[in-house]
Design a protein. Structure first.
Length: 189
């Protein structure tokens, strides 16, 4: 399996930069099985609505729900917080709202990564004003230094403060289709 990748000319200003594997595909799959087992156990006899946060969570979301052995419904929400390709703008915009009725339902919001915490905070505030019966959060990744005033209920991996790509996560919309999670050498960012 490839542990490093050098970006070719199709990556424009990022060409020549190197990606280093941080979490292998196999390790991700193993952890997702554990997370899915925990969620299935906690929601046994219920039918939660899983809300995927677009775009980054789509691969994690698809793998997670397929490892769960309870009934679940799915929906999506799309938000944006990035001012440029690697830094948050400080404000979150809602680009696409959920389309299902969450009144009286158990909700699990599924994120790819929690970094500054701004996005998840926005989602929490938005959903706590709804009539949902419960709201929990799952994130594949959380950065080590992230400070939140609430807990993420299901976390895959705590990672160092590096910009990561692959397995759904992007740099300028690219690299989402890489199977493993990679970090970029920071100099070029
Ligand atoms: P936050 O609002 O700063 O917590 O960032 C949340 C969103 O920014 C995530 O849902 C990702 O879409 C994106 N993001 C944060 N860190 C990274 C990263 O290292 N790589 C790719 N996307 C990231
Ligand atoms: Mg995201």
């Amino acid at each position: 399996m490839t542990k490093t990748k050098v970006l070719d000319d199709t990556y424009g200003k990022y060409s020549g930069m190197t990606l280093h594997e941080m979490i292998s595909y196999d390790k991700i799959q193993k952890r997702i099985k554990e997370m899915a087992a925990d969620i299935s156990e906690d929601y046994r006899g219920k039918s939660p609505i899983m809300i995927g946060v677009l775009n980054g969570s789509f691969i994690f979301f698809a793998d997670l729900i397929r490892e769960m052995d309870i009934t679940a419904e799915v929906d999506f929400i799309k938000i944006s917080s990035y001012a440029n390709e690697t830094r948050t703008s400080g404000t979150v915009r809602l680009l696409k709202d959920i389309s299902c009725d969450i009144t009286g339902r158990d909700i699990i919001v599924v994120e790819d990564i929690v970094d500054s915490g701004l996005s998840i905070d926005f989602l929490k505030r938005r959903l706590q004003d709804s009539q949902a019966s419960s709201v929990k959060f799952a994130s594949l990744l959380i950065k080590e230094y992230t400070k939140l005033d609430f807990d993420i209920d299901y976390v895959g991996f705590k990672i160092p403060d590096k910009f990561v790509v692959g397995y759904g996560l992007d740099l300028a919309q690219k690299m989402r289709n890489l199977k493993s999670i990679y970090y970029l050498n920071q100099e070029g960012l």
